[in-house]
Ligand binder design. Structure first.
Ligand code: TXA
Ligand code: MG
Length: 328
């Protein structure tokens, strides 16, 4: 089916809610990245997401709800979950809980658990209120591509394939939500994000293992290549190795860009370098849109390695995937 995809703001909210209720799928903004949403209780609608995204069917979707009260319809909520939602929601956290039967198997890839999230973007919350159903939504990119942080990037991937894209501006956070499972014996972070281990450990002391280390388990979606720009992308620790690779590629006539922390701009001024920002939040906010823009203009991307701590560590988690492990 080919659509003449509409793009607009709040004036399209009613239409977006109607489409979702009718079993269509639409793009909507969240504070993390844009989502491609369907009525989570409508199996046929959910299947459309798999088809449009070209997503493997063993990768479960997050179910978005407007409030803590609304969780009751889709999952069994416990005391720990309640405390975490109260502390961090609406916001960039997804909590995996035992699912209720209202959620079809296709949403959760056959798992008996479901990831629940209350997004903070006002447009997402209004959409959830208006359609009065939970919304299953992965990020609004085609499978394997960088998650969209602006409506125009969702448009690049999905134009003509869906009826409507709600434009809510730039996503504040810029990387996907932290995913934490409360269905494991010890609460387990499946995907790091803006809500960090340090923040969570105030509410869940057991999240830290006996050595005081972070327990990071493999989330089902993690085995696929994600966040991969369409041009070769390398991560570097030292400017000198970046310089060598830069020279080798420019000598071959390739257009190369170097993404660095703002404080490293001066030291790399002889290279074609662009600042990712300086604070972890700035870098998270900018990174996906930088990757999207750079892959259009350059043949090779070199990106400076970040620290493995806190929000910067969460960005690093994405960048390692962008580089497919090509770390120099
Ligand atoms: O910020 C976000 O979370 C965005 C916005 C749109 O809400 N959504 C997003 O969805 O990033 P997606 O589908 O790209 O990533 C969902 C992640 C996957 O890694 C998946 O494996 C994990 O959440 N996940 C979802 N349900 C799960 C479950 N029941 N058990 C374990 N992991 C789950
Ligand atoms: Mg995704």
């Amino acid at each position: 089916m080919v659509f003449d995809t509409k793009v607009g703001g709040y004036e399209l909210l009613d239409e977006a809610a109607r489409l979702i209720k009718e079993g269509e799928i639409v793009v909507f903004p969240t504070e993390t990245v844009y989502g491609l949403g369907a009525d989570a209780t409508n199996e046929e609608a959910v299947k459309k997401i798999f088809a449009v995204k070209n997503r493997p069917s063993d990768n479960p979707f997050i179910v978005h709800v407007p409030s803590i009260e609304a969780i009751d319809k889709v999952a069994y909520i416990n005391e720990d979950a309640k405390r975490l939602f109260e502390a961090f929601s609406p916001g960039p956290i997804t909590i995996v809980l035992p699912k209720k039967s209202s959620v079809p198997q296709s949403v959760t890839a056959g798992l008996d658990t479901v990831g629940i999230r209350i997004p903070a973007h006002p447009m997402a919350l209004q959409l959830l209120d208006k359609c009065n159903c939970p919304i299953a939504a992965p990020s609004a990119n085609t499978s394997k591509r960088v998650s969209p942080t602006k409506a125009c990037y969702a448009m690049e991937d999905l134009s003509g394939k869906i009826p409507l894209i709600l434009n809510g501006g730039d996503c504040d956070v810029g990387i996907e939500s932290t995913v934490i499972s409360l269905t494991t014996e010890i609460p387990t972070i499946l995907r790091p994000g803006a809500i960090t281990m340090e923040m969570l450990s105030k509410y869940l002391p057991k999240i830290i293992n006996h050595k005081g280390e972070v327990v990071v388990a493999a989330s089902p979606g993690m085995k696929y290549t994600h966040y991969a720009p369409i041009v070769p992308t390398f991560m570097f620790h030292k400017n000198s190795t970046a310089e060598a690779l830069y020279k080798r590629n420019t000598d071959k006539g390739k257009k190369v860009v170097v993404l660095v922390k703002k404080s490293n701009l001066n030291a790399t001024k002889d290279l074609n370098s662009i600042s990712m920002g300086e604070t972890p939040q700035e870098i998270a906010h900018n990174i996906f849109s930088l990757l999207r823009e750079c892959e259009k203009q350059y043949d090779v991307i070199l990106v400076q390695a970040l620290s493995n701590e806190g929000v910067e560590g969460s960005v690093m988690n994405r960048l390692i995937k962008s580089c497919r492990g090509m770390i120099i």
